[in-house]
Design a protein. Structure first.
Ligand code: NAD
Length: 428
């Protein structure tokens, strides 16, 4: 999102084009799938607490709904762009397809930094976003969810506004709601846990005992924290997390050789995943530059912050000790970065496979909303584990059979499923 010259949509299209060549897709099919089917750009006027009016730019992009209603998060981020939202909507289509859930791909966003907004201003922004898009989303059309810097509370304000407009109870219009208000148990931890279910299976394939492994994680928000929780529960050791520092306008890595203490770090982290640097120093964490999370002598790297984290420019910093990389964030590895990784002796679980736990659990949330019957947490996490594990082995089996990297196999499965749905509907 942030780096100058980086364009996530260009990257998403390049990734698609290279698989389209391998699948020998015709021109019409390529044109359909490399472009979002619908997109909405709108302004959101918000009355600020001081009485002034501030106008924010909002987006919703629906990439493809051949396999089911569009699904995807809403980001609040100062560097959000239309092209980032387009890319993320396309990646959502592939993610739902590779996880084999009956949903398509969508994504939304607002250019803003919620750190700068009071709770009341954030509520007005959420309600304003819904007022602009309510007629184009819905439980059977397009279902938003939380993403970077959006929370369960934001989702609830959005649901409430939608219900005012639609005149009824529509909990299935949005997922990631608080538990007790239509949210699913297990949703908060689902993406991070899903990443670690895949890491667990990948380590089995690599014949490595998880209890002997160390990991460096980029990010310390929702995905990163819950990945760290489950990885630690399985006996692994996390030695690094990174985060954005709003005050300094740059990212930092926090490293402790004998492992981070999750509870201690969470206590000094705000709700947007930024660690308090002074308190971290007092607790004995070494503060390193943002990119330094890559250079540690660990077994596993988990980029779980934003896109464009591993590139041709920094891939050489990765230590030879790294045996596995699991993409927690969306689009964390550029195609050039991936080419370089594919030449090395390590396994990469592609982002749209590794982080599919969130959307899978969002799908479970919708199923529960539709039946108005809520499952116990163990049932949700168990079903999530089953879905993630079977998606991992479907991709692994194709990768082994065709002797191709996991990313290529995952894209081949996902794109083929979407193409089949478009064909069956008679679109192509
Ligand atoms: P979040 O807002 O909770 O956390 C983001 C974290 O990244 C924060 O700790 C932030 O400080 C950090 N960060 C931001 N810029 C950074 C930088 N330049 N360097 C290092 N750290 C930086 O967001 P999240 O929900 O954890 O999402 C993280 C990634 O995972 C995003 O790419 C998101 O699209 C993806 N994702 C999230 C979910 C989900 O369910 N939350 C599902 C699938 C994918």
């Amino acid at each position: 999102m942030a780096a100058k010259g980086f364009n996530a949509y260009k990257m998403a299209r390049e990734q698609f084009d290279s698989i389209a060549d391998k699948l020998e897709l015709d021109e019409g099919t390529r044109e359909l799938l490399r472009t979002p089917m619908r997109e909405y750009h709108f302004t959101i006027p918000v009355k600020m607490d001081d009485g002034s009016v501030k106008v924010f730019q909002g987006y919703r992009v629906q990439h493809n709904d051949a396999r089911g209603p569009c699904k995807g998060g809403i980001r609040f981020h100062p560097q959000e762009t239309a092209d980032t939202v387009r890319a993320l909507s396309m990646w959502m289509t592939w993610k739902c397809a590779v996880a084999d859930i009956p949903l398509g791909g969508g994504k939304g966003g607002v250019i803003c930094d919620p750190h700068d907004l009071s709770d009341r201003e954030q509520e007005r922004l959420c309600r304003g976003w819904i007022r602009q898009i309510a007629k184009n989303i819905g439980p059977v059309e397009d279902i938003p969810a939380p993403d970077v810097m959006t929370t369960a509370q934001h989702m609830l304000w959005m649901m409430d506004e939608y219900e005012h407009i639609a005149g009824g109870q529509y909990p299935g219009v949005i997922t990631g709601k608080p538990v007790g208000m239509g949210g699913s148990l297990g949703r908060t931890e689902a993406t991070g846990f899903g990443v670690i279910f895949m890491v667990r299976e990948a380590l089995k394939e690599l014949d490595i005992d998880i209890t002997s492994t160390t990991a460096s994680i980029q990010g310390f928000g929702n995905v990163a924290q819950y990945a760290a929780v489950l990885f630690t529960e399985y006996g692994g050791k996390v030695v690094n997390v990174s985060c954005w520092d709003q005050e300094d306008g740059k990212a930092y890595s926090y490293y402790r050789e004998n492992g981070i203490d999750l509870e201690e770090l969470r206590d000094i982290t705000d709700r947007f995943g930024s660690v308090d640097k002074e308190k971290a120093k007092k607790l004995g964490y070494e503060r390193l530059s943002g990119d330094d999370w890559l250079k540690h002598d660990v077994d596993i790297l988990i980029p779980a912050a934003l896109e464009n984290a591993i590139t041709a420019d920094n891939v050489d910093k990765i230590s030879d000790s790294v045996k596995l990389i699991a993409g927690g964030a969306n689009g964390p590895i550029t195609p050039e970065g991936m080419d370089a990784l594919n030449k090395r002796d390590l396994m990469v679980i592609p982002d749209f496979l590794a982080n599919a736990g969130g959307v899978t659990c969002s799908y479970f949330e919708q199923v529960q909303n539709n039946t108005n019957y809520y499952w116990p947490r163990e049932e949700v996490i168990g079903k999530l584990d089953d879905k993630m594990t079977s998606a991992f082995y479907a991709v692994m089996e194709l990768a082994k059979r065709k002797k191709i990297p996991l990313e290529e196999a995952a894209y081949m499965i996902a794109i083929s499923r979407v193409v089949d749905a478009c064909r069956m509907r008679g679109w192509i």
